[in-house]
Design a protein around this ligand. Sequence first.
Ligand SMILES: NC(=O)c1ccc[n+]([C@@H]2O[C@H](COP(=O)([O-])OP(=O)(O)OC[C@H]3O[C@@H](n4cnc5c(N)ncnc54)[C@H](OP(=O)(O)O)[C@@H]3O)[C@@H](O)[C@H]2O)c1
Length: 244
Amino acid sequence: MSHLAGILAGKHFAQKDVPSLVGRKYIVTGGTNGIGLSAARCLYSHGADVTIVGSQQSNADAAIEYIRTGNLHAAPKDYQDGFHGLLGEWKDDSADGGQESGEVHAEVCDFRDLKAVAQLGKKLAERFSDRLDGLLANAGLGVNNFALTKDGYDAHLTINCLAHVVLISHLLPVLEKTSTQHPEADVRLVLQASEMHRTTFGGPSENFGGDKFRSTEEFKASRAACSAAIWASDLLALDLERAL
Ligand SMILES: NC(=O)c1ccc[n+]([C@@H]2O[C@H](COP(=O)([O-])OP(=O)(O)OC[C@H]3O[C@@H](n4cnc5c(N)ncnc54)[C@H](OP(=O)(O)O)[C@@H]3O)[C@@H](O)[C@H]2O)c1
């Protein structure tokens, strides 16, 4: 149901409808900015223990301060900028209805480096060995310049999808254990993606909407790398749904 249709039908789910999350534990990748930061603040303000993951220490520090205090001016600068609408300021409703103070921790890891992600996965699996209620696999690179990682993979694909495959491989056993040992827990694995998979094969040439690029340079200059990464995340979600 669309956002508007949901409101009209009285079935719109809002932050204020989130139940108490005291005692629950979540990891939010990309929780230091954007959508992930709003989600992390919502979880925290309903009493959850939240670990946010980002690539920059400065953003992680600012995000923690914002989550704890609700002071938007403490948040990363581009997060604050997102609240400036054409017709004025957007309301920050990321903690609506949340009266609790949970716990918040941060981990800094560059998802371009899959070995570092594997180390993080191992560390988090140990830390959450008693309980993990949810992993929000949200970190992502939007349309950006084409670049290869040191492992030789496209950076979009690595950050948005491959890093999450590595992280999930470490954390899935902990999520499964939590759902067995805590039958009341509503354990979730959430994969963030986008509508951009629809433009996966379109190039900027007369082939737009087709499936061919005239050159590698044309591919690099297009948004196809980002679209392909989103497409890979969609396939990962479908595959996990089939397997679990
Ligand atoms: N915004 C939209 O309109 C939209 C629409 C559809 C889908 N999405 C998807 O939603 C997700 C979040 O988007 P957003 O707009 O909230 O993005 P954003 O504001 O740019 O935030 C991206 C988050 O991902 C982290 N991240 C980026 N590169 C990283 C790296 N190399 N290693 C580790 N973490 C990294 C960032 O951490 P640092 O800041 O510390 O690097 C940040 O916390 C993405 O997967 C995106 O594809 C967004």
